[in-house]
Design a protein around this ligand. Structure first.
Ligand SMILES: Nc1nc2c(c(=O)[nH]1)N[C@H]1C(S)=C(S)[C@@H](COP(=O)(O)O)O[C@H]1N2
Ligand SMILES: [Mo]
Length: 451
């Protein structure tokens, strides 16, 4: 069972992919270290007592007193003092767990993306420092005391709020995923990138805290008869404006958020205020939110008529397709990882739907010939990531691992063949096809697409 943790913990992106030899070396070292530890422990338990079971009879270290237990430094010395320099950081041994830019994807680092390392994450919450980033014109750390948020348009009394004003109002905290509409967009025509970080890493999930936009519209006396839409506008130079149907707002789901995972939003994610639009593609989650206008028709802004449109096979562009349909992906094993040995593995992944809760996730290891239902780990929440797991004993032969999610509306995640049948191959946005990972006999895992 030495290979058990490999897939989860030796997840390597291409730039630091250590290959099968590297993995074997790491394991050889780990085994050697474990033997040393056992050796000293057994030696301390006094010579003469034979080890039983499958463990080899331990030998005392050649140069040491067999009666002295060699404890590691951290079991003998004084540890570090409490962290007084502020904010805690991950272990230095977790340095490899980072957001990454896809090489060559964008021309400038301001109008760009950093992808979340999904292969290294557990559960459903994305640590804020690993939340994916998508900026159209760079991020800002805006002074909250100078930031203003306005509600205007079809309202009785236009209102201006500070972040402090908003924090005095009744707030709610809810777990939701955010997925960029362009997530998996590079894979429309063919396999393009090697790892799940790049195929699916424009996806994150947080507990957001904020005031329902419905409350703020009520305070401003919005005309809910004529006002069928709202426009959300950001304060950065990208002029990010998006139309949102009023029905989503009056349902109480849309939040003007200031909190993310128990603290204020990170600057990269829109500090001090961002719109949270559960189930809808990331672009509508306007960051550095400065204005909501109530109106009676869609605004047809550049980010909804030129960008974020779906090119259909007949050449027509489909607009206003904002809901992120049901989708899932196996994160372990996934592209770039290596299974060292045959034997037991925990197949693990994420499923989500912009239309509600995930009802079921089926997993195949034979490219779709046979499927087994995965375990959904609770809590299963609407418009939120759901973690799934499935036991698997790898026989050392090539395997094609896929997951297929079904949401509470009964919608089933499509295959590439089904999706391309409707959408063609030249689109960018809203690719929710079933992802395939090929586990090769060598144990190396590759991104593949089945015809
Ligand atoms: N003001 C502003 N809001 C924005 C953007 C932006 O560039 N500026 N990018 C949008 C896009 S395309 C996405 S996918 C999400 C990304 O949010 P994140 O950077 O917090 O992951 O923010 C959206 N809101
Ligand atoms: Mo996006």
């Amino acid at each position: 069972m030495t290979a058990f943790p490999v897939a989860g913990r030796l997840a390597k992106a291409p730039e630091n992919f250590i290959g099968r030899e590297g993995v074997e070396r790491v394991f050889a070292e780990a085994r050697a270290g474990r033997r040393d530890f056992l050796r000293s422990a057994f030696a301390a338990a006094a010579a003469g007592v034979a080890a039983s079971g499958t463990l080899a009879q331990p030998k005392a270290p050649a140069d040491g007193d067999p009666n002295i237990l060699e404890l590691p430094e951290h079991s003998r010395g004084l540890g570090q003092p409490v962290v007084t320099d502020g904010y805690g950081k991950p272990s230095k041994y977790e340095r490899n767990v980072q957001r990454r830019q896809s090489p060559g994807l964008t021309q400038t680092p301001q109008a760009s993306v950093s992808f979340a390392p999904l292969q290294s994450l557990f559960g459903i919450v994305t640590p804020s420092g690993l939340h994916f980033e998508r900026h159209h014109q760079g991020w800002w750390d805006i002074d909250p005391s100078k930031h203003r948020f306005m509600v205007n348009g079809l309202v009785k009394t236009p209102k201006v709020f500070t972040a402090d004003d908003l924090m005095r109002l009744p707030s709610v905290s809810r777990f939701h995923f955010i997925e960029c509409g362009a997530n998996t967009g590079m894979e429309w025509g063919n396999v393009a990138v090697p790892t799940v970080q790049y195929t699916h890493g424009m996806l994150s999930c947080s507990e957001f805290t904020g005031v329902p936009l419905a409350t703020l519209l009520e305070l401003a006396g919005a005309d809910l008869k004529k006002g069928r839409f709202v426009l959300a506008e950001g304060a950065d130079g990208s002029s990010m404006t998006r139309t949102i149907p009023m029905s989503l707002v009056t349902s109480g789901e849309v939040l003007v958020a200031f909190g993310q995972n128990g603290e204020m939003l990170r600057p990269e994610n829109g500090y001090p205020l961002r719109l949270v639009v559960p189930g809808v593609q990331g672009v509508s989650w306007v960051k550095y939110l400065r204005r909501i206008e109530v109106g009676d028709q869609p605004w047809a802004s550049k980010d909804e008529v030129l960008h974020y449109v779906d090119l259909m096979p007949d050449g027509v562009h489909r607009q206003y397709t904002s809901i992120q349909e049901c989708k899932s992906v196996v994160t372990t094993p996934s592209g770039g990882q290596v299974l060292l040995d045959r034997g037991f593995y925990n197949i693990s992944g994420l499923a989500w739907s912009g239309r509600g809760k995930v009802k079921k996730v089926d997993v195949t290891v034979d490219g779709g010939r046979t499927w087994r239902a995965a375990r959904l780990e609770g809590p299963v929440m609407g418009k939120c990531l759901t973690r799934f797991n499935l036991d698997w004993v790898w026989d050392g032969k090539p395997a094609i691992v896929q997951s297929r999610a079904t949401d509470e509306t009964g919608y089933v995640q499509p295959t590439y063949r089904q999706l391309r049948g409707v959408r063609g191959t030249r689109s960018i946005y809203h690719n929710n096809a079933i992802q395939s990972w090929l586990v090769q006999a060598s144990g190396e895992v590759k991104n593949v697409q089945l015809g």
